[in-house]
Design a protein around this ligand. Structure first.
Ligand SMILES: Cc1cc2nc3c(=O)[nH]c(=O)nc-3n(C[C@H](O)[C@H](O)[C@H](O)COP(=O)(O)OP(=O)(O)OC[C@H]3O[C@@H](n4cnc5c(N)ncnc54)[C@H](O)[C@@H]3O)c2cc1C
Length: 387
């Protein structure tokens, strides 16, 4: 008997919703299975905003994927009429030799991306909310900005359904196994067969993809909203860029303009170093000492921002040891199963291109996009306490 579906997508968060949309648009029969409801806040794709940028300090190898992601984000807005991207400009701030500034500059120069370098004086004059030290500089990129994650996921789910996908919510996958030339996928409600399975489990990767050999650490991250002293006027997106700011110790803080109106504040967060957690044990309460710590840290850099604390929301990173993604065919079941995980706190800006890549891998067995950086084989031999 032929399998009931061409492709099953496990997880309809950022990556899975994009995969479902791209697959369905190619005319194949898709089933999406999601543990929670559509567009929920219990994974990694909520919180109102995500930074997007092209002069990528993490590695120039990401740039071609970003160029494609920008095109696909535009298409997504056009096709669904949703408000997704606001290109308000972005600053990478730090000392000239910091990873944030030097890395961004390297990508900008290697890929000939439009950018400006600003010294501390120029930075203070042009963006008066910021008070950098005299030895700090910034790379300014006009094409950087922010994406709305909930609208992105909703848009991909909408397109998937428009193209005929079946999406089941509140139906977690309990296990799957190879079956004939494809897979058999079990939930509490049913058992489904498909030729292909794509696993996009976010922070549930350690339990669902233990066999892929990727050492993923799930981290608890906090997003903070503050109402600036003197109001949000200078923080409006027409005047204020997104920013990533690295200090002498390598600590990075990042933030957004005030996009939710005059009394809903502006969002800010530390980039790295969350406490280790699991999706089941994460402490979702944001504590006073945590709010005080970020407010004190911001004081010398954005003096008016930590006015009144509005709210704090937790989210999870799924971090690999080198902070690069994992996107590949499953090492043990390469024909039938594709995996996408370990997005290490910087995956959202890639969501639509990851959807395209996953559709390529599942349907064609390969992709023209450069993804060798994301091969899980790079961790081989490093598991179980190896070096
Ligand atoms: C605080 C914070 C700030 C961030 N900032 C940025 C940023 O500025 N720029 C940027 O590019 N990226 C950023 N990121 C990273 C980005 O948001 C993530 O990389 C991306 O959202 C990950 O998407 P995902 O699909 O892997 O995970 P998710 O969106 O969490 O999706 C995984 C899905 O799988 C489902 N699932 C799990 N187990 C099962 C099961 N057994 N059966 C069925 N479904 C299951 C889950 O319910 C979930 O819906 C940030 C992340 C956080 C937390």
């Amino acid at each position: 008997m032929a399998p009931a579906y061409d492709v099953i997508v496990l997880g309809l968060g950022g990556m899975g919703s994009a995969a479902a949309a791209h697959l369905a648009a190619r005319g194949v029969k898709v089933l999406g299975l999601e543990k929670f409801g559509p567009v929920h806040n219990r994974g990694s794709s909520h919180g109102g905003s995500r930074i997007t940028r092209q002069s990528y300090f993490e590695d120039p190898a990401y740039v071609p994927l970003l160029l494609r992601a920008y095109e696909l984000y535009e298409e997504l807005e056009r096709e669904t009429g949703r408000d997704i991207a606001t290109l308000c400009g972005g600053l990478m701030i730090g000392r000239p030799d910091s990873r944030t500034v030097a890395g961004a500059r390297r990508s900008a120069e290697q890929w000939d991306l439009p950018h400006e370098m600003l010294d501390a004086e120029q930075l203070r004059r042009r963006f008066p909310t910021l008070t950098p030290a005299d030895d700090e500089v910034a790379l300014y990129e006009a094409r950087a900005g922010l994406l709305r994650p909930e609208n992105t996921v909703a848009a991909h789910l909408q397109l998937a359904v428009r193209h005929g996908a079946s999406l089941h919510y509140e139906e977690p996958v309990t296990r799957w196994e190879p079956y004939r030339d494809g897979v058999r996928v079990h939930t509490r409600e049913d058992v489904y067969t498909a030729s292909r399975l794509i696993i996009c489990p976010g922070a549930w990767a350690p339990e669902l993809l233990a066999d892929v050999g990727v050492p993923i650490t799930v981290e608890r991250k906090i997003m903070y909203w503050f109402q600036p002293r003197g109001g949000t006027g200078p923080y409006r997106p027409e005047r204020h860029p997104v920013y990533v700011w690295e200090d002498r110790e390598g600590i990075q803080v990042y933030g957004f303009p005030a996009i939710d109106g005059p009394d809903r504040g502006a969002k800010v967060a530390f980039f790295r170093d969350g406490g280790v957690c699991t999706p089941e044990t994460i402490d979702r309460t944001v504590h006073d000492h945590e709010i005080r710590a970020i407010a004190d840290y911001l004081g010398p850099r954005l003096p008016t921002l930590p006015g009144t604390f509005i709210k704090g929301v937790t989210c999870m990173y799924s971090t690999t040891p080198d902070e690069h993604f994992v996107i590949a065919r499953h090492p043990e079941h390469p024909e039938a199963v594709t995996v996408a995980c370990g997005f290490s706190g910087h995956g959202f800006k890639f969501v639509p291109v990851v959807g395209e890549i996953l559709a390529d891998l599942a349907l064609e067995g390969g992709t023209p996009h450069p993804i060798s950086l994301f091969d899980p084989a790079r961790f081989a031999g490093k598991l179980n306490g190896g070096s």
